[in-house]
Design a protein around this ligand. Structure first.
Ligand code: PMP
Length: 292
């Protein structure tokens, strides 16, 4: 039996009733924003930071979320409490709402607020030990002067096209460049490298989402006296990195062992330190320690 839970505009729904009209502009035009939050041991992980980013995304596309932040926080907490598993993932969507054909957002009714709670598989330990293979995709991130990469919008087409390139090349994940040829991020994760003991990640203004996991990892590094800096990175920086890894709500921390056929190698000491620190932060370190 499915454990997935649905909540739409204030009501808990069964899967068969978890529906919105096909004339919603979220479907017709990708007009809307979303968030993904994990929960560990029945605690939503950085819930407030995710909600703040949801509100910022909505604000920048002039979408008014019909609920207050306090209301949504409460709904999230209740759904987490009711979920049959202590660990899982919450997807929050806010769409422009139902409207006539034609892009005009002013013609739309009230935005639809949708929450989906589901299980999310932990990364298998073989991958966490050995790392993933990646390519730099030919699909580029949409330039931030066209659509700011900090907006978590309902349109992920260029990330999807990049992921398809990775699949075509027989590797696990794609890394996207921005229009100037600098690294932005992976399809749905932020990217870090380690060079001579320094932890480096592209600034969000190079076309990355301002990832919550990215922020947490930067903080954890600082607390452990690992120097960390936001810096524009080129493919050369990746090919010659001592370590490389990706971060995201779903991914947590994933080591990268290969980029475009250049071997970076097994997860290194900085990755292991930060993964340990991250698991401590989630409260899962005791369970995971037995598996790593
Ligand atoms: N970049 C993109 C494009 C993403 O979709 C995600 C996943 N939300 C991330 C980076 C990682 O961000 P976070 O750590 O907030 O999940």
């Amino acid at each position: 039996m499915s454990t997935t839970r649905y909540w739409i505009n204030g009501q808990h729904r069964d899967e068969a009733d978890a529906v919105i009209p096909v004339t919603d502009h979220g479907l017709l035009y990708g007009d809307g924003v979303f968030e993904g939050i994990r929960f560990y041991q029945r605690q939503p992980f950085y819930r407030d930071a995710h909600l703040e980013r949801l509100w910022d995304s909505a604000q920048s596309i002039r979408l008014k979320i019909p609920n207050s932040r306090a209301q949504l926080s409460e709904v999230i907490d209740t759904l987490v409490k009711q979920f049959p598993e202590p660990e899982g993932y919450i997807r929050i969507l806010v769409t422009r709402g139902r409207g006539p054909l034609g892009i005009d957002p002013n013609e739309c009714g009230t935005p639809n607020v949708i929450l989906i709670v589901d299980q999310l598989n932990m990364l298998d330990e073989t991958t966490r030990q050995s790392g993933i293979r990646t390519i730099i995709a030919s699909t580029r991130r949409i330039p931030s002067d066209s659509l700011d990469s900090r907006i978590k919008s309902l349109n992920y087409l260029n990330q999807i096209l990049a992921r398809m390139e990775a699949q075509q090349a027989g590797v696990d994940e794609a890394i996207l460049l921005n229009h100037s040829g600098y690294i932005s991020e992976a399809s749905v994760e932020n990217l870090f490298i380690v060079k001579q003991g320094m932890l480096l990640t592209p600034p969000a203004t190079d076309g990355a989402l301002d990832g919550i996991t990215r922020r947490v990892v930067m903080q954890l590094a600082t607390h452990r006296s690992i120097p960390v800096s936001e810096k524009s990175l080129t493919p050369y920086d990746l090919y010659t990195a001592d370590e490389c890894f990706l971060t995201g709500t779903g991914a947590e921390l994933i080591p990268v062992r290969e980029v475009d056929g250049r071997l970076i190698g097994k997860p290194g000491p900085v990755f292991h330190t930060l993964l340990g620190a991250f698991l401590e932060e989630t409260g899962l370190h005791q369970q995971m320690a037995r598996r790593i």
